[in-house]
Design a protein around this ligand. Sequence first.
Ligand code: SF4
Ligand code: SF4
Length: 458
Amino acid sequence: MHLSRYNLLFPVDEKGMYILMNNLSSAMDIVDDDVVDILRRVERGEKVNNGDTLTTLKRKGYVFETEEYEEKYLNYRFREYEQKIKMSLPVFYLYPTYACNLRCSYCFQDHSARKNVVIDDQCLHAAFESMDYLQEKSPSKELPYFVIFGGEPLLKSKRQFEVIKKILDESSNRGWKPKIVSNGVELESYVDMLSSYDLEFIQVTVDGPETMHNKRRISPKTSGTFTPIIRGIQKAVDNNIKMAIRINVDAQNLALLPELARFFIEQGWEENKLIVPYMAPMRDISCMEYRHRLPEHVALHQIYDLYRNYQEMRVIHLIGWVGAEIFRKALETDQLPSPQFKFCGANMTRFCFDLKGDVYTCVNCAGVEEYKIGRFFPTLEIDESALGQWRNRSILHIPECKSCNLALVCGGGCTKLAAEKGEGIGRPYCTDVGEVLSESARYYYPFLKERPEGEHHR
Ligand code: SF4
Ligand code: SF4
């Protein structure tokens, strides 16, 4: 018998109890010392007397008859995963400008290179033609997930306002529901126009209560960006536009999250279903050493303490910690862990189109020549070999990942960071995903235990 390579076992804060998880077979269970003892006996090749438990462990994919059988199952799940990606909706990001009206304390962009240039009409036309072509080619029958990104897409200028309107006209004519990622500073002046379109949602960033936010999200022109952003959010929801409020969390603002949560409640936003505040870890997606950045599991440990101690934290959702999502989904939606053979959309179906006519796959690589995978202006020309480097990156193609027990949670790490800080695109980029899982197992255990089905969570 063979113990699955992808079993993950987490001790919890109750003596002799554990959460056992396997992302290859999509299984998650609460188990005790006796079950762990059986797993250890299987690992050592010893005889197991408890036949019923062993049968259950085999049925759930924690134990296989042989290693070859697990390998076959792994390949089967990979083919299934690839097929699912092939059939999933295309994802398009459009960068109408790289210019931005903020100079955030943690921003790694070179602003001298980001002049106030907006995409011209010919290039915009070519971008939509290319998106139409790629959608047509996609086996998916779903409409694309379309994101208007930047730079800052909602800048206060006549030309930019017209361009955004044009983009919304084009996408609406195709039946797409755009999502806009903005810093929110000029949102208020855009709402009247935006409200005549069917938007998926607008995402803006609020990095803490007013003083902290203003210290981090800095405008060279106005004294504080907090107030205009809050006014913009309120006006947007008053006009029936869904808003996602992103909070970038690190050591500088983490302790202030309860205060920010109280502010949201005072605004009456808790009851407003159009508003979703959520926090995401400040990640190192550049080579910049940002001094307030916390390892993800350290931030999460502190955030779980805030959730335990401050009722008001309920209004801020926890999104973006890969290992934590698994437990949250199991609890809230009954979804079991599924294998992640790849890390992000750059390895799947995403294309990013910029104002210069270049195409990328990584959201944070747009504008960086060495990462471009083709052009769309004047005509669409994709460099299949450059694209393949991103699309074919999976844990099965990185030897260290294939033998790593965290692989099917991790997906091999960020491709950009592997290229810039690691040993190259074809190599792993490890993070603290194991520690994130351990922290999350301890936090979610009491909730999982109380679920009506008791011991097993299949
Ligand atoms: S490759 Fe890394 S930086 Fe680029 S989109 Fe994916 S996770 Fe983000
Ligand atoms: S990147 Fe590191 S942690 Fe992630 S699967 Fe590969 S070896 Fe494991």
